[in-house]
Design a protein around this ligand. Structure first.
Ligand code: BG6
Ligand code: MG
Length: 217
């Protein structure tokens, strides 16, 4: 292979923590909720929530709370977290793209590959619009239609199917351990973005998208 060719036919990106730093906003919103109900919460525990959908994340937090919460209380807590999160993302602009994100998206498209987005966040379309990058994706999975959150492979397989590319010809990009597990369960090549200790299952780990190079994998 020459340095400008690749065996892949599609690249499927996660959003939160890969393309923009919304992982920080999720953390802040969950932290306030956890503090309010007396559940212990720190950065290490937060790693377990990354890539996990809203109700799944809430259940993980409530499992550490000092008392049991009923179904109505759970819905109210999830709504409150989401309202807080939506206030945090309301002022985002294209300036909130993480370093290297735009260049990575451009590299993938310029090489003639399909570009997909696989985020379990029901706020993903809002975030993409605030960043001004929705049109840069050939397909964005609608999280509202995903039944099984990461680490299940469903969302990455759905993206591949919609792009018309076999999973084995896809490269997935993720910042969460659950997300990398989802990519690998889908039979794809996984590029982890972040800490190699956390993203052990990834085929390659890079510290940020600034180091993303489609032609190196
Ligand atoms: C994932 C985040 O992308 O989306 C999780 O990594 C978050 O932290 C999940 O809980 C669901 O997001 P939302 O916006 O639907 O509550
Ligand atoms: Mg993420």
């Amino acid at each position: 292979m020459t340095p400008s060719s690749t065996r892949f036919r599609a690249v499927i990106f996660d959003l939160d923590g890969v393309i923009t730093d919304t992982a920080r906003y999720h953390y802040l919103a969950w932290k306030r909720l956890a503090d309010g109900i007396g559940a212990p919460f720190d950065e290490a525990f937060n790693e377990e929530l990354k890539g996990v959908d809203r109700m799944g994340s809430l259940e993980l937090i409530l499992a550490r709370a000092p008392r049991v919460h009923g179904a109505d209380e759970k819905l109210a807590l999830a709504d409150a977290k989401n309202e807080h999160y939506r206030r945090l993302i309301a002022t985002m602009t294209p300036g909130d793209l993480l370093p290297g994100a735009l260049r990575a998206l451009e590299q993938v498209r310029a090489a003639g590959l399909k570009t997909g987005l696989a985020s379990v966040s029901k706020n993903a379309f809002t975030v993409l619009d605030r960043l001004g990058i929705r049109a840069r994706f050939d397909y964005v999975v609608d999280a509202a239609t995903v039944r099984n959150s990461k680490p299940d492979p469903e969302i990455f397989l759905r993206a591949a199917d919609a792009l018309g590319v076999a999973p084995g010809d896809c490269l997935g990009v993720e910042d969460a351990a659950a997300g990398v597990a989802s990519i690998k369960a889908a039979g794809m090549f996984a590029v982890g973005v972040g800490d190699a200790q956390v993203l052990r299952q990834a085929d390659v780990v890079i510290p940020s998208l600034e180091r993303f190079d489609l032609f190196a994998y």
